[in-house]
Design a protein around this ligand. Sequence first.
Ligand code: SIN
Length: 297
Amino acid sequence: MTQTASVADARRAVIPMDAPIGAELTGLDVAAGLDDAALAFVRDALHRHAVIVIRDQHLTPAQQTTFAKQIGEPRVSFYNRYAVPGQPELSIVSNITENGEAIGIADAGMLWHTDGSYLKTPDLYTVLYGIQIPERDGRALGDTVFASATHAYEALPDAERARIDGLRAIHSFERHIEKKRAKGQLKRAPLSAEQKAALPDVDHPVVRTHPVTGRRGLFVTEGHTAEIVGLPEGEGQALLERLNRHVQQPAFQYRHSWRPGDLIVWDNCAVQHLAVFDYGALPRRLHRSGILGPVPV
Ligand code: SIN
């Protein structure tokens, strides 16, 4: 970094999206490395806006991993077959095949979810870097949509909040895969017995408290939440469906239209997300790092 801190600071800006969440950050060159002030700026914007977009970056996989390590501790994905070679903390999200083999996870994000909620310690943040973005007639395809779990919780009527505070729900990777298979959406190889054994169902609070901001947010998703603990099946499923429909409302959303070089970080304690599969066989490739989080409370 050649800029003095004050010159660099003056160039940085946070431009909120025209949406309840999301902001673009300018004046950052992530490949050059971020100093403490720049990192504090990124963290503060992330906690205020839940999704941050840093455009026009030129990152090697190693530089993305360095950035992820500055933000927290990156998870080594159990999908090691889709890791970037030499970068076990970086997963390839892609529909591209080479020599008849998928190079990445082709069905990531087909259902609303937060990353790693099926684990005891879900991902706190996710870093996703756009490399190859499909386009048709000059328009980018393959958007990612984010919904604020915090705004959704805060917008619930008092009686509904009182009803769900204190409930717990089961999150299940295995039932997630089954749900995708039933919808004809599954595009990945089945889990090995070893992977299944490493991914038992877990239970988490239906409403979680953000470890940094202290704000409360809904923590059930269409993708991974299988049932509400202690409620009869019909009642639990009806409640889950109502909460899922509630959080997915456009009023709580920011929809990101990708450009190559976009680096996005989102806060999984504050948002859910969904990938839009509108690009067919047009090639799409992004690199994803998940940052370890605490046990949700
Ligand atoms: C994901 O859900 O992790 C991927 C999102 C995307 O590909 O847009």
